[in-house]
Design a protein. Structure first.
Length: 330
């Protein structure tokens, strides 16, 4: 049944209105960098994320979904601070997998101690308190259940509830999200869904709609199916989204993530991460492949240096064909 109070006129764009709106939108395309990864080799090939975009990070458990979402959160938060916009712009991290406090461990690391150290309780409390003072001015907001509020009534975290929470942020604090991060797709509850498969199929178009309504790009972690574990090259592809075939259509960009250290035998030969370029299998090697990009080519692969406990992501020096041949004399 249609909502009689809804203003359906807001969905209609006349040619004259669209010309004005497109001109304004294109000024933003040319006048701002959009949201980028902050890694030159990646940013050279990936169209910047812009309002309404839906981006998916596909990976098996432990291969970097949550850490990369937190990396993007911290990277964009630093840009907000650099342009002195903390009072009006924020990054929103929405979590179904962890408590708000657990997600906060990512943002406590400072290069001298890691999120792992915080999780173990190895960092002195006075050091944490100093970090928390700085954290109060760091524009990353979390939507999720807090351990401190356990036992208190709270709405189920459906996407309409998330939208409502974001609207309260704007009303109560005057801040607007510039980046939305969702951790992760298969855990998002959808009202009236008959089962988990239907729930996951319905979530991507709803996230896309939410991103369009809020006017910010959305990046979503996506669980890859177990069949990826049986592949020789274990980079998840579009069709590996567990129960999530609709993400293939709804997403503007999709990236497959693989940490070979977790799946390959110790001492295995370097991996070819790009034509003629090889990288050794180390604990910090992350293979990231773009498997879809709307409006441009969607097949690029990078070998990156990834330290999830510090939210550190950067380009990795790769071996050339000669080094690979030296390791594979046959």
């Amino acid at each position: 049944m249609l909502n009689p109070k809804a203003d359906f006129r807001q969905l209609v764009n006349t040619p004259a209105e669209l010309a004005a709106h497109f001109s304004q939108w294109y000024d933003g395309v040319q006048g701002t960098t959009g949201i980028t990864w902050g890694i030159p080799a990646v940013d050279k090939a990936v169209i910047p994320m812009r309002p309404g975009d839906l981006v998916g990070l596909i990976a098996r458990p432990g291969h970097g979904k949550s850490s990369l979402l937190a990396y993007l959160a911290r990277t964009e938060a630093k840009r907000i601070m650099a342009r002195d916009a903390v009072s009006k712009e924020v990054v929103v991290y929405v979590t179904w997998e962890s408590s708000a406090e657990e997600i906060e461990t990512f943002f406590m690391s400072d290069g001298t101690f890691s999120a792992t150290d915080v999780a173990w309780g190895r960092v002195p409390k006075e050091t944490i308190m100093k970090r928390l003072v700085k954290r109060a001015g760091f524009p990353v907001w979390t939507i999720g259940h807090s351990i401190a509020r356990a036992g208190q009534p709270a709405p189920r975290m459906t996407l309409p509830a998330v939208l409502g929470a974001i609207e309260t942020m704007e009303q109560d604090f005057g801040v607007k999200p510039v980046l939305l991060l969702f951790d992760y797709l298969q855990l998002i509850p959808v009202e009236h869904a008959a089962n988990r498969v239907e729930q996951v199929l319905e979530a991507p178009p709803r996230i896309k709609e939410l991103a369009l309504r809020i006017g910010a790009p959305a990046v979503c972690g996506i669980q890859a199916a177990r069949e990826v574990d049986l592949l020789r090259v274990k980079i998840p592809q579009k069709h590996h989204c567990q129960w999530g075939s609709s993400i293939e259509q709804a997403a503007d960009k999709l990236f497959g993530l693989w940490r070979p250290f977790l799946t390959e035998e110790q001492g295995a030969a370097p991996l070819e991460v790009a034509p003629g370029k090889f990288a050794p299998i180390t604990e910090n090697l992350l293979i990231m492949q773009m498997v879809k990009q709307r409006m441009d080519s969607g097949r690029h692969t990078w070998g990156l240096h990834f330290a999830p406990q510090y939210l550190r992501l950067e380009e990795m020096e790769t071996y050339h064909q000669e080094a690979a041949n030296a390791n594979n004399p046959e």
